[in-house]
Design a protein. Sequence first.
Length: 561
Amino acid sequence: MNNTGTYNSYDIGHSDWNGLPLGTYYIDSNYYGTTHQNVIRGHILDYYENSLLPILEPRNNLNKPPSECHGVVWKVLINGQNPLDAITPIVVSGTVKFDVYFNRPMDISVAPFVTFGVRKPYTQNVVNDAVLWSADSTVWTGYCNTTLKTGDGNNTIRVAFAKDTDHFEIPIENERFKFVVQVAGSQSVEFTATPGLGKASLEWRKDDSLSTLGYNIYRYMMPTDTTYSDTLKVNAELITDTTYVDYAVIPDSTYHYMYTITGTDLLESDYSKVVTATPFAAANGDANGDLAVNVLDITTLIAYMLNQNPQPFLFDAADINGDQVINVLDIVGLVDLITGKKKSVSSAITSNPDPAYIYLDQHKIRFRSTGQVSAMQFELTGQNLKDIQLTCKQKGFEFATGIVKDKLVGILYNLNNTPLPEGMVDLISIEGNRSKLSWGEVTAGDVEGQYVLVLKDALESNLTANENELQAFPNPFNETVSITYRLKGSSSIKLSVFDLSGVLVTVLEEQEKPAGSHAYKWDGKSESGEILPSGIYICKLEGTTSNKERIQSEVKIIIAK
């Protein structure tokens, strides 16, 4: 800076400044990196900051460094806008033009390294597309494509490595030229979330960058105006399209969605702007959300029960009786809705007083009842289940099978809710079986959608198949549940209930028991007498027989209130 200038006739005090009286000094013909007088004044330390200093007044300011100086960057334009002007340039997604101005002709054989970023050293994004020099080699122009991966926020331009014609390398410029990237905001203009029946449909604009590999969807919820849930990724696999439907929603709940871009380097971009959707509930029975209750909803129910992941699937609408479990009782209720036998289905958990009996041979299943069972589902365990063929022997009944979690599942129902015949009947034929089969869970319902207790027994060819096995009825329950088991011989047993984390809830029985069938009625309370909340619990039977054989069996019990 030039410390000489014109001195006014007054002074301030009797001090001096560099041997000159204090006063006002004019500083001529300097370049300050900008032409804005208020910005220049803000960089000058004088009387206004320290009363012991004179007043310094710049005048005849230069708009760029003289060409006699070594090469420096004096201006950068972003899409034609000067960051040193009053309005900071804002760029969205697309191609951005950068014009870098030097104070003198430059060595065009040495390419400047022009980058920008949100943090030091500001080299996150490189400007290197379609580069060229002006005819007088004082302006370098380059382009860069901005996407969601660029990084929203305040970015600083960095210019390095350029040399002038005297072979002097420029000082690195990484302070003055700033601009704002709002790619996520611009992308969000076309990012939409449309609520539907048990779903939210998302759509966004395609990113045309060659480095784009795919997209991820994230969501969060706000339980209150000031609290946020965790932000979770919705999609299991990378999305390559620009649409996605989120079916894993709860109707009437508001979800906030964002998306990111994943590049070929496997790095994710910043989040897009947030869009919201509140999926709405369907009518009772509309399991597939098509605004109609019909046989297609039965198909959807069965697909869900066979673990075929139907989409969409509206759990609340499919859970006809409101017991938080999808099973054949919901099929019974749905058939009643379709046929008009009931306008609505009660959510009360009730049971038919008459039990039924099911018998397993290795080549057939037989069934005995009083004519009260209209639908049933069962599980079989064993080896090579995929080779087994099950065929329903009762006319007029629909039958579906599938392997779910290493168990062979059968679902039997009637579109008119006609019950199975009274007495003993051949129910299912078994072909292709080459190993011993055993029962899993069996659930049955009557024409009213009430639970029917099915006692699993064995024919003479398989008398010991169900020894020590626990059963619970009704299950789910809301007041009391009967827990039954059968012992081959006298045994020392312990009957306990645990929650899903393995914590003991209560011990129901712990004593010697004779051979035969036994039952215990539980009221759903803990050891201390507290009423347990709705949920799934594990009832375990443990012990040893008089022959020192180990007893171990368990059954899931569902409390639904």
